[in-house]
Design a protein around this ligand. Sequence first.
Ligand code: PLP
Length: 410
Amino acid sequence: MIQCNENYLKLQRRYLFREIAERVEEYQDANPGGKIIKLGIGDVTEPLAPSVAEAMHEAVDEMSEPATFRGYGPEQGYDFLRGAIVEHDYRDRGIYVERDEIFISDGSKCDTANILDILSADSVVALADPVYPVYVDTNVMAGRTGHVDAKGQYDGIYYLPCTAENGFVPDLPSRKVDIIYLCCPNNPTGTTLTRKQLKLWVDYALENMAIILFDAAYEAYVREPRVPHSIYEVDGAKRVAIEFRSFSKSAGFTGTRCAFTVVPKEIVAVSGQGRPESLNRLWNRRQTTKFNGVSYITQRGAAAVYTERGRRETQALVDYYLGNADIIRDTLTTLGLDVYGGINAPYIWVKTPGGMKSWDYFQKVLEELNVVITPGGGFGPSGEGYVRFSAFGSRDDVEEAMERFRRGGI
Ligand code: PLP
């Protein structure tokens, strides 16, 4: 008899966003007619920038001509895109990253999960609570945890509570951990780490020979100069940090799929025999074996983001969503709610009124206002008592949703 991977049986219930979708569907089936406004899932709503679409059209034309057709591309990504990233995302900010440290992929979701392939199964993982659920579930799948407890936490994971008391900034672990996930700007709380706070983590990793998996999927939303765009702005980070970036939220690529991961050549892990091994080399080996690259057409579209026009147009998209975030923040603050995040991020983290459970508040807002938000408890026990509002929506929808909150007074 074939045996399944038992680690999958340890996973909790359903994936959060599937559960939300099912609850919304159930409500809609029972109450057809009313317009439901979705401020729940973090998916963009605005179309691709014209310069990106044009570059992709041109690439389709190239692929349609015998002289310019291309088959398999380099697994690590085309040089034109890696070069543009090195120049604009890093060199323009005074950070030195080389082309062969950049690996183009089809998403940060897969990269943050797949990176576990090259790290020892015995590593102790530390992650924030609340957290982007993918980090937890992929470690469960990889067999790095025991079972889940009544609170919803897995044995074997070191949780770093992020609460209003610590300003949603995780405290350094009191024991040695090996793999640390940091997400900045943060999903779900929409809060950030300053350069000074990030330095504490880099120093911890250097002292403890740990690795930081730095998820900067929302980097484009950073508005305040005290918040770093890259972990490599911090001295020493290139020896201990892998950085994940994505075009999903910066340029509307959630359906187009393109991202990249920076694996510096300085990062060294040790083998069981104590031999130093380059993680850049191992990741390259992993990608060339298990991944066949992102389509040429998509990479041409991503490269267009770095042209002068592309940067202007994609910045306008980001500004649009940040404008939505301002409206949500201001309205909910005026209504007397405790509101966090949303300044350098497209997410606003809100304490439920009267200490309501987050799923109860989700259901109340769905039923009374026909607005979908995300229950904070779905991101971990410390998210209980909070909900997440996403600024990814049309301006009209955001304004209408906020008007419903004002009228409904909840
Ligand atoms: N990382 C975080 C923190 C996210 O919130 C998301 C998407 O919502 C991702 C990564 C996934 O990005 P991608 O679309 O590149 O897979």
